[in-house]
Ligand binder design. Sequence first.
Ligand SMILES: [Zn+2]
Ligand SMILES: [Zn+2]
Length: 287
Amino acid sequence: MTKDTSSKILKKLVELEKEEGSLPLLLKFYRELLEIQSKAQKRIGIPDPGLNSEAISQRIRKRLPLVGFDELVLDWVLVRGVFTEVMAAFARYPQLFGEIPERLRKPGTSRLLTKKAAKAWFTGKELPPTTLDGISESLRQTVIQATLQPFLASYAQALIGSVEQEHWRQGYCPICGGSPDIAYLEKEVGARWLMCSRCDSEWLFQRLECPYCGTKDQKALAFFTDEKELYRLHVCKQCKCYLKAIDLRKAKTEILLPLERLYTIDLDSQAKEHGYSPCQKPAVKRK
Ligand SMILES: [Zn+2]
Ligand SMILES: [Zn+2]
């Protein structure tokens, strides 16, 4: 996420809090998390990805994401510092995430996020059983994702401008290989852009194709919309995955996509009620 987007979101949350008196719990938590992540991103700065424009172009044309785990230069002191802060933020909201065992919150706990665990998460493999044991599998994944987000987002910022969008058009992120978790239809011609659940990169994708299983069978693809037609829920009957989307042609105010992930949690419940899943695990083999 750019510095601009995170400061706009933080500002919007402050305004909302003033208007409403207090923020809903989920937004309160998100504000704390975003503060941790944007502070970290500021410290990370813009990394040098070590790829010239020719190498970038070649990888994009070969459908290979630009950053593999072994290419990420991570400052592990900083990673562990962010992890400790992120863990503490999750622990402050047991109503949302359940109780987090004391031993996962003690100083020094940060060693529980090992390089091996981070790599397993990044490549969509099973986490080592000892990593953050005592909390649910989805929370383990979420905590690691929240910790690595500022690092991946800084690579996204360094590289996304060099991606030739027309040559990518895959169901996974051109920067980190992650899956999309939200989409938008752009204002001009309504082209569909996907946003990466891990690094917030945005990329152009077909409107009539499932990004998760790749089906183009029109009988398998459907979408539901609300009265104002601002929000859409794209579903795929073939792989049973769903994707939330916002139609910017119908938006009257500025849309901040990362915040929309939370504004649209009702859509998630609706999709799940109908038997669809978010499907954010890497579905294809990546570097
Ligand atoms: Zn990504
Ligand atoms: Zn599908």
